[in-house]
Structure formats: C-alpha cells, structure tokens
Design a protein around this ligand. Structure first.
Ligand SMILES: Nc1ncnc2c1ncn2[C@@H]1O[C@H](COP(=O)(O)OP(=O)(O)O)[C@@H](O)[C@H]1O
Ligand SMILES: [Mg+2]
Length: 292
C-alpha cells in the first residue's frame, strides 16, 4: 500500500489554485470539482472474526449530498456505516480491508487518530442516546473536551439552532435531556454532533424509533443541513430514502452454496434512478417490495 498524506486536512479542497490545477490537468470533470468525494471506497470488506459480513464495496460519497444505504436486515448496512468513522475499531473482532479514503487520505493509515476521525465524522444512532446530563451540558461536552476557548453559551445556542431545537429548549437548558421527547432527544444528539463542527454525520436508522411527525422534522433538518454537512444515512424506510437522499446504495445478502452469508453492494446510483429505473433486477425487486 502507498503511504498517502494523512493530515486529514481538507482546506486544500477549497483552495482555488488546487481547483485550477485540477482543471488544467483535465482531471475530474466539472461536477467532480464542485462535488469532490468525501469518501472513496474501493473493495472495502468488513469482517468479524475473519468472516466477511460485507464484501468488496466500492462507491464514492460526495460533498453536500445525502447518501442512503438501503437493503434487507442483516445485509451489513450498520457494519459498513461504522467503517466510515472507524467505529468498527471499537469491536475487537472486526477488521476492515480494502481502501477507504477520506478527502483523499487513507482513513485507516496508522498515523490517523481515530478520536479525531470521530470528531470530524459524527454518528447518530437508531435510539437517541443523550448523556445523563442537562440539555446544555450535552452540547457543551464535546467542545469542552477539546478545551476550545470561547463562550459555550454561543456554541450551545448555535448547535441547537442548527438542529432546529433551540426554540423548544431555550428556556430549560439546565433540565435533564431525558425530559425531552424522543424526537427532541434525536435532534439533541444531532446538535451534539454539530457542536464539534463535523464534516460528516453518519446516521443509522435515526428515525426508526420516532413517530411520523418527529420523523418528518428530522428529514427536514437533514435537507437543511446537507449544504454544510455531508450525510450518510442507513434507512429501512424506502420512502425516506427516496425523499431525502441524492444517491442510494442498495446492498443485499448473498448466500453461498455452503450457506455462508455476506453482504454485497448490488447497485449504487442517483436515488431517482434506483427507485424508478434500476439496472439490477434485485434492486427492482427490493424497491418495489417484492422481496426483503
Ligand atoms: N459485533 C458483531 N460481531 C459479530 N457479527 C456481527 C456484529 N455486528 C454485526 N454482525 C453480523 O454482521 C452482519 C451484518 O450486520 P449489520 O451490519 O448489523 O446489518 P444491518 O445493519 O444491515 O441490519 C449480520 O450477520 C450480523 O449478525
Ligand atoms: Mg443496522
């Protein structure tokens, strides 16, 4: 493997001289420059105890887009999502092979600090998981850990405003986060991610424990946030994937003759194509509800 620069800096991407250099060299097409990849996966396989759970996945995630991962239960969506911010490192039996680049640098290079990775690439889970602390302290916690100077009240207000929660909680910031409804708790968890200024938020079925109204608030929020934060979302809700995502990856489980099961990427494309005119008959079967 080559040793790429691993400083995880993204500032060069907004440097006009870099853009000019790329266009002079007739590198990426115009759309590639306006939407450079945040993640580029090539042959990514994630295994538990050396048994692949999801194998040989290749696709790119673009800046400012919502990318949805869909597929039947157990096909490896959560496993793949955890590889995007090295959460699989926390599972002792898990291993990741292949190439997963983040802004052009190997995310798994030995010099990369996984804690910094998880600050830049936040995660929101199926069940809202606020800390047993006040609303204020849930948001201030990350910035305080980083010992960033400044006024935390402003950081807290800004994160809660970005997560469309400020108006509902501004008069009770010192109350426990557990006094909030499920939907509010989930927006609090999104605000907690936003407080450390992430570049990406990974969401693993963030609405599946919420009612339709709370779900629609989170969906609206994702649409508002996507211009500033790249979002990768696992969802089992096909309407949700078609409503909110720009690109969709359809993953399914292959069962070998010997009975072993492994997740495979069947098709990755623009969401409207996946849902209206997919290339693979397995995708069509899934999105039209014929199986899965
Ligand atoms: N921590 C783990 N240890 C061992 N196997 C796991 C672990 N997590 C998930 N798996 C297995 O990996 C496969 C994919 O699981 P998962 O990524 O949770 O699928 P999905 O999110 O698509 O439902 C399943 O067979 C599951 O049992
Ligand atoms: Mg899952």
């Amino acid at each position: 493997m080559t040793t790429p620069p691993v400083n995880l800096k993204i500032s060069t991407l907004s440097d006009p001289s870099v853009a000019a250099h790329l266009s002079e060299n007739r590198g990426p097409a115009e759309s590639e420059l306006t939407h450079p990849p945040v993640f580029e996966l090539k042959g990514v396989t994630v295994s538990y105890n050396d048994n692949p759970a999801i194998s040989d996945v290749s696709f790119s995630v673009k800046v400012g887009e919502v990318t949805a991962l869909i597929g039947p239960s157990g096909c490896g969506k959560s496993t793949l999502l955890r590889s995007f911010n090295r959460m699989n490192d926390l599972i002792s039996t898990a291993s990741v092979t292949g190439s997963l680049q983040y802004h052009g640098a190997d995310l798994y290079a030995s010099k990369v600090d996984p804690v910094e990775v998880r600050r830049r690439i936040g995660m929101v889970f199926q069940k809202p998981n606020p800390f047993p602390k006040s609303i204020y302290d849930n948001i201030a916690f990350g910035p305080q850990l980083e010992k960033r100077r400044g006024n935390y009240s402003e950081v807290v207000e800004r994160a809660l405003t970005r997560a469309a929660l400020w108006d509902e909680v501004k008069d009770k910031l010192k109350e426990s986060a557990f006094t909030l409804s499920g939907g509010q708790q989930q927006r609090l968890c999104i605000a907690r991610c936003l407080a450390t200024n992430p570049d990406v938020i990974l969401m693993d079925e963030p609405c599946s424990a919420l009612d339709p109204i709370a779900t629609s608030r989170i969906e609206d929020l994702m649409s508002e946030l996507k211009s500033e934060v790249t979002i990768v979302i696992v969802t089992h809700n096909m309407q949700q994937a078609s409503r909110i995502s720009d690109k969709t990856a359809f993953i399914t489980t292959d069962v070998s003759e010997g009975g072993s099961r492994v997740g495979r990427l069947v098709e990755f494309d623009i969401t409207s194509k996946i849902f209206t005119n997919p290339t693979d008959s397995r995708t069509e079967g899934y999105v039209t509800g014929r199986f899965g």
